[in-house]
Design a protein around this ligand. Structure first.
Ligand code: ADP
Length: 872
């Protein structure tokens, strides 16, 4: 199997593992009327299959058998297909469906090379067919041509399959666990649902496809030599295709009777049977039909012996009781060997499926058809028993296919129709989350306009993007030095840091820090509680570092929108990111902090700067790279800052030089700028948040919300029956259960589908299918892409503005970035950069990840301020 799946070894592999382009099994929601043609011998069938979904879920069939005269089987290809089409027309006429353009599935049981679901090239005729001009041609085109030639009806040929696939699909309708098809009849073959990523012959990594193993040819490369007997070699030598289909020749109905006969002949020759007297009948090839074995090898031994006697007498022999017993034994042995060989290969398939799913216990169903399996009770019993013995950890069900292959073709067609319809419906929904280049240019344009409005005194109040002055006027120059304290509040955790900055040759920054959590009730309690908690953490840190009593300069990274009129003051405009402590909005956070220090009466601090984390990030990167003049955060929330010309900052006096502006761009869209792009999912996420109507841009981009957007899309898909078979899990209804980190995990690597599966299991969706996983992954990727593109569009407005401020045709600039979403999502940064490059082609932007950004940044700003103070 592995050899057949691998591109390099496939040409020499005996087991060809042919892709069938059947990518889904039935899920029970299929419905409609389908035609099927079943051609595999001198008789062929035309069927009309009505598939009903919902409460009366069932399949109704009409069918008619037509024969193909010898002369047509051996005539020209066009005669053959014209004849088939005439029969089809006759059938449709009788049922009065000639004017409906029905979908048709075609079971064509000859060796084919399939290239699409509806394109299949005949490799060579078998079973007595010889129609000229068909080998090497696409059979579907030939059929279509004949239909066009006739001209009085039309059909939509959707799928071409072989009988094994038909069996799997027929059984799949009744049992959705069915993912293997097995035939043991005249010949033997099996198919199963393989992961696309294992099928190297095809591009594409996602989802599954049915692979037709063509396992009858197993052993043609010598792999079975140690098991083949003289008798097997004798059969092969006398066959029409010596050296070919060696496995099939040990197993299938076409050869089983012959195997028994050859053994009887040899035993007779060795005087072990019939007193050494053979008859011409016993010497005649094919005289011992496989069906004899079914009656002789019977669990009621007596009856079996009576049958043996009858059969042997028909061959003109005169068997004793011992002869009959011996014959029965031979039948048993031949059939048992076949059943066990078949079980062994099936187990290889089962193991492959189990490994693919990384399932500890596989629960699966095998759809089976074929005369040997159906008519020889002992064969099927032994097969089941051996499979269960070889894979005791798999729960395997065998399901016999009723009127398999024709119905199977209709089922494949029905599934293809269902998949196409669902695909269209899903894409329609996902398209609302996809943004065109024009839309992204629009976002950039609107962001630029809001920036101008935020900077201007007149429009500042109404603008959604606040463009707050930070009083940070210079990036580090490397001469800063000293010990500084830094606090970092604004996201998932609170940190206290000691930052030691050295200048000169030993230019370096050393840091010690401790992380403290902020309980939900403190985040949303009173301001006093929040700031007391913060001061408690500082005290603990000073104690821990043995620094109580030293009054170091302190920088406070406070990552919420603040109005600043100097460096060491920040009036909180509003809380974001889930914070809600009362009595803080409108207050200076440094005063609140000083008050809390005073209440504690334990130590004193020297407050120098309030800093937004975005600014901290820019400063940290600026310490390494002087071209860094933009800071960007994509973590719990999103925000950006950049160096703006003083003359444009109307809220601050003075026209010379530059100042860093904290954009607070998360609020972009709060005046409706994003309404054209918002989906129903964005509205739901916004409505259910702690700040409805606010931070609209942030809610489409940042870590706090992306998981929620995905969860809402999944809920919608499920409610519409497009996912998880329409079954909602209670857990998925829980807000926040789909974490943003899942988006990263799901999109991360080649094992992605396993990741999706285990995440879905964690969400209580234990019965999800592979198709479900593919869709969940697609949703994650669409939502993350949109976030990255929106972010890129905003950034394009920023860098283009900097370029225009400086009257440059071209600018090269660095953006310092921080935030777990940006840093860990596998595609976020590349999509964002792609978008940026596309929307701001005159800017060459380098991204630098900030390590340990915001706390270090606050210390650096404090250091810069201290330097400037000492210089002044
Ligand atoms: P903050 O912005 O609060 O300072 P982070 O930058 O660490 O903190 O961002 C935290 C956010 O990142 C959370 O909202 C979380 O959902 C998200 N997140 C955590 N892990 C991942 C991940 N592996 N991939 C994407 N997002 C993640």
């Amino acid at each position: 199997m592995d050899k057949g799946l691998c591109r390099d070894t496939n040409p020499t592999a005996a087991v060809k593992m042919l892709p069938t382009f059947v990518r889904s099994t039935p899920d029970g929601t299929e419905q409609g009327e389908f035609l099927a043609l079943d051609l595999g011998g001198s008789n062929f069938r035309v069927l009309l299959v009505k598939v009903m979904a919902g409460g009366e879920r069932k399949v109704e069939m009409e069918n008619q058998i037509y024969s193909i005269p010898e002369c047509i089987m051996r005539g020209s290809g066009s005669e053959l297909f014209d004849h088939i089409v005439d029969c089809l027309a006759d059938f449709m006429e009788k049922l009065g469906i000639k004017d409906k353009k029905l979908p048709l599935g075609f079971t064509f049981s000859f060796p084919c090379q399939q290239t699409k679901l509806d394109e299949s090239v005949l490799l060579s005729w078998t079973k007595g067919f010889r129609a000229s001009g068909v080998e090497g041609k696409d059979v579907v085109s030939l059929l279509r041509k004949s239909i066009r030639k006739r001209g009085d009806f039309d059909i939509d040929i959707v799928s071409m399959i072989n009988d094994t696939v038909g069996t799997m699909m027929t059984c799949g309708y009744d049992d959705q666990h069915c993912e293997i098809g097995l035939i043991v009849g005249t010949g033997t073959n099996a198919c199963y649902m393989e992961q696309m990523r294992n099928i190297e012959l095809l591009d594409g990594d996602e989802g599954r496809m049915c692979v037709n193993t063509e396992w009858g040819a197993f052993g043609d490369d010598g792999a079975l030599e140690h098991l083949r007997t003289d008798i097997d070699r004798e059969i092969d030598a006398g066959s029409l295709n010596p050296g070919k289909q060696l496995f099939e020749k040990m197993i299938s109905g076409m050869y089983m009777g012959e195997l028994v006969r050859l053994i009887l002949v040899r035993m007779t020759r060795e005087q072990l049977l019939f007193q050494g007297k053979a008859t011409p009948e016993l010497f005649t090839t094919g005289s011992f039909s496989t069906s004899y074995i079914y009656t002789i090898d019977n669990d009621k031994e007596e009856e079996g012996l009576v049958s043996a006697d009858k059969v042997l007498r028909r061959l003109n022999l005169d068997p004793s009781l011992e002869d009959c017993i011996a014959t029965q034994r031979v039948c048993q042995i031949v059939s048992t060997r076949a059943a066990h060989l078949c079980a062994a290969t099936l187990v290889a398939v089962l193991r492959q499926i189990r490994d693919n799913k990384a399932a500890e216990k596989l629960r699966t169903t095998i759809g089976v058809d074929g005369s040997v399996y159906k008519n020889h009770q002992e064969f099927s019993r032994r097969l089941h028993k051996m499979v269960r013995r070889l894979v005791p950890d798999c729960d395997v069900r065998f399901l016999q296919s009723q009127c398999g292959s024709g119905k199977g073709a209709a089922m494949v067609t029905a599934v293809a129709y269902r998949v196409a319809a669902q695909h269209a419906e899903r894409q329609q929904i996902l398209n609302t989350l996809r943004l065109s280049r024009e839309q992204l240019l629009d976002v950039k344009e609107r962001m630029s306009e809001e920036m101008v409005r935020g900077l201007s005194k007149q429009t500042h109040e109404q603008s959604s993007v606040k463009m707050l002055p930070t009083y940070v006027r210079s990036t580090p120059d490397g001469t800063e030095h000293g010990d500084f304290l830094a606090l970092d509040l604004g996201g998932s955790s609170f940190r206290v840091l000691l930052v030691q900055v050295q200048s000169g040759k030993r230019r370096n920054v050393d840091m010690h820090h401790k992380i403290y959590s902020i309980p939900q009730e403190t985040m949303q309690g009173t301001g006093e509680e929040l700031f007391d908690h913060i001061v408690y953490c500082i005290a603990d840190f000073l104690e821990y570092m043995g620094m109580k009593g030293r009054s170091l300069p302190l920088g406070f990274t406070f990552s919420f929108p603040c109005h600043q009129s100097k460096l060491d003051e920040g009036i909180l405009l509003r809380w974001t990111k889930g914070f809600k402590a009362s009595g803080c909005v409108g207050q200076d956070v440094i005063t609140l902090l000083k008050d809390a220090v005073r209440r504690r009466q334990d130590f004193d601090l020297n407050f120098v700067a309030v800093v937004n984390d975005t600014v901290g990030t820019m400063m940290t990167c600026g310490y390494e790279d002087p071209k860094c003049e933009v800071g960007l955060i994509v973590g719990t929330g999103t925000n950006a800052c950049y160096m703006e010309e003083m003359q444009n900052i109307e809220l601050v006096e003075g026209d010379g030089g530059r100042m860093c502006v904290n954009m607070e761009w998360g609020a972009f869209g709060d005046n409706g700028e994003l309404d054209d792009f918002c989906t129903e999912f964005d509205h739901t996420v916004d409505d259910c948040s702690s700040n409805p109507g606010k931070q609209r841009y942030e809610k489409m981009i940042s870590g706090m919300y992306l998981g929620e957007v995905v969860r809402n899309v999944l809920l919608d898909f499920t409610a519409k029956g497009l996912l998880f078979r329409g079954k909602l899990s209670e857990r998925l209804k829980t807000r926040g259960i789909f974490e943003t980190k899942f988006l990263s995990q799901i999109e991360s690597d080649r094992l992605a589908m396993r990741q999706v599966r285990s995440i879905l299991q964690h969400l209580g969706l234990t019965n999800s299918t592979c198709d479900d996983s593919v869709l969940v992954k697609e949703v994650c990727s669409v939502v993350a892409r949109r976030a990255a593109q929106l972010c890129g569009a905003g950034l394009a407005a920023v860098v283009d503005r900097i370029r225009q401020n400086r009257n440059l045709n071209h600018i090269s600039i660095t953006v310092g970035v921080d935030g777990t979403l940006y840093k860990t999502h596998p595609h976020f940064s590349s999509i964002m950069q792609e978008t940026l490059q596309d929307l701001a082609p005159q800017c060459q932007v380098t991204f630098q990840k900030s390590e340990d950004g915001s706390g270090k940044g606050a210390a650096l700003i404090t250091a810069v301020a201290c330097r400037i103070k000492s210089e002044g």
